[in-house]
Design a protein around this ligand. Structure first.
Ligand code: LMR
Length: 340
C-alpha cells in the first residue's frame, strides 16, 4: 500500500527551492544539525558546507552523509586548500549564495563570559565576512559567533567601510526567543507554538530582555514568576555551558533557533514577508545596534520594527540593557575602526 512512504518527516523534506545557502562551521556541533535543518527547507536549492576544522569530520563527509536524505537539495562540502591541489573553496561555496549562516568560532567554557571570546572569534568572523563581501555581497550573513553584541557591530561596520549594506549582517538571537517561549509554555502548561515572546536588546547577560507583557500566554503568569523567567532566559546559555562541563555550549537548540531564523530569511527572500527577532543595525533606541523584531523580504532586512509598549518593570530593564549593551557595542566599533 506504501502508506509509510508518506510519513510526516518525508513530507517535511521538500527541497527544490531557488536559494543557495552556505553554512560556515558546517561540520561542527551547531553546524551539522543546522545543515540538516536547512537541507529540509523548501526554499533551498543548494547547500554548501564549509569548515576549516577538518580535525573532527571533514565537510566532504558531512556533505556525503547529508546528500543521502530524501531532499532535492544539492549538498557540497568545502574546506581550506588541502594537499597538493589548492582550490579556492571560499569562492566556490560562497558564490551565488542568498544566505550565509556562520556557526564558527570558539565556544565558552564554564566560568567564561561571552566577552572572553571576542578577540579570537572576531578574527574568525572577519575572515568569513570579508569573503562574503567579495563573493556574495548581496547575501544576508547571519552570525552565530559570540559575543554577538560586539561581533555584529564590528562586522557590520566593516561592511559599511567597504561600501556594502551593514543590514546584510544579522546577529542570531532567536535562541533567546525560543527559550523564553519554552519557559512560558512550561509555566502555563500550553504548547510552545502558542507562545511568541519578543526578546529584545542583545545576546548576553542582562542585555537579553524578554518582553513578556507582549505575549498573551505570558500575561497569565504572575509578575514575580515572570521576573524569575526573565533571569532564567538570561542565564540559559550559561546553564547549558555548565551542564556540558567544559565540552562546549548549546549546539542543538542553537541549530534549531538559527534554522528558524534562516528559514524566515529565505521565506522573505522568496516573496513571503517573515518576522523574527534579530540583532541588527537599528535606530529603534539610542543605540546603533539592537535586537528587536525584524521583517525579512526579498532583499533581506526589510524593516526593523519598534520595540512596542513596555510595562514598568520592562522600562527599568530597558535602562539596564542600554547601559550594558552600549559598552559591548563600543568594543565592536573600536575593532572595526582599527581595521581596514
Ligand atoms: C547560548 O546562548 O547558548 C550561546 O550564546 C552559547 C553560550 O555561550 O551561551
Amino acid at each position: 500500500m506504501g502508506t509509510s512512504c508518506s510519513s510526516g518527516i518525508r513530507k517535511a523534506i521538500m527541497g527544490g527551492g531557488s536559494h543557495k545557502v552556505c553554512v560556515c562551521g558546517g561540520a561542527g556541533g551547531i553546524g551539522q544539525p543546522l545543515c540538516l535543518l536547512m537541507a529540509m527547507d523548501p526554499n533551498v536549492k543548494e547547500l554548501a558546507i564549509f569548515d576549516l576544522n577538518v580535525a573532527m569530520v571533514p565537510p566532504d563527509g558531512v556533505a556525503a552523509d547529508l546528500g543521502h536524505i530524501e531532499s532535492k537539495v544539492k549538498v557540497t562540502g568545502h574546506s581550506l586548500n588541502v594537499g597538493n591541489a589548492p582550490k579556492d573553496h571560499l569562492t566556490e561555496c560562497l558564490s551565488g549564495c542568498s544566505l550565509v549562516l556562520v556557526a564558527a568560532g570558539m565556544p565558552r567554557k564554564p566560568g567564561m563570559t561571552r566577552d572572553h571570546l571576542f578577540k579570537v572569534n572576531a578574527d574568525i568572523a572577519k575572515g568569513i565576512v570579508e569573503a562574503s563581501a567579495k563573493f556574495c555581497p548581496q547575501a544576508v550573513v547571519a552570525l552565530i559567533v559570540n559575543p554577538i553584541n560586539s561581533i555584529v557591530p564590528a562586522m557590520a561596520e566593516l561592511y559599511k567601510k567597504s561600501g556594502l549594506d551593514p543590514l546584510k549582517i544579522v546577529g542570531v538571537t532567536t535562541l533567546d526567543c525560543v527559550r523564553a517561549n519554552k519557559f512560558v509554555a512550561d509555566a502555563v502548561g500550553c504548547h510552545p507554538s502558542s507562545v511568541e515572546v519578543p526578546v529584545i536588546g542583545g545576546h548576553s547577560g542582562v542585555t537579553i530582555m524578554p518582553v513578556f507583557s507582549q505575549d498573551p500566554m505570558a500575561t497569565k503568569i504572575k509578575q514575580s514568576t515572570l521576573e524569575a523567567l526573565d533571569k532564567k532566559t538570561q542565564d540559559a546559555g550559561t546553564d547549558v555551558v555548565n551542564a556540558k562541563n567544559g565540552k562546549g555550549s548549546a549546539t542543538l537548540s542553537m541549530a534549531y533557533a538559527a534554522a528558524r531564523l534562516g528559514k524566515a530569511i529565505l521565506a522573505g527572500m522568496s516573496g513571503t514577508y517573515s518576522t523574527e527577532c534579530a540583532y541588527v543595525k537599528s535606530d529603534v533606541t539610542e543605540l546603533p545596534y539592537f535586537s528587536s523584531r525584524v521583517v525579512f523580504g526579498r532583499g533581506g532586512v526589510k524593516q526593523v520594527l519598534d520595540i512596542g509598549l513596555l510595562n514598568e518593570y520592562e522600562e527599568t530593564r530597558l535602562e539596564e540593557v542600554i547601559v550594558q549593551l552600549k559598552s559591548e557595542i563600543q568594543t565592536g566599533l573600536k575593532y572595526a575602526e582599527q581595521r581596514t
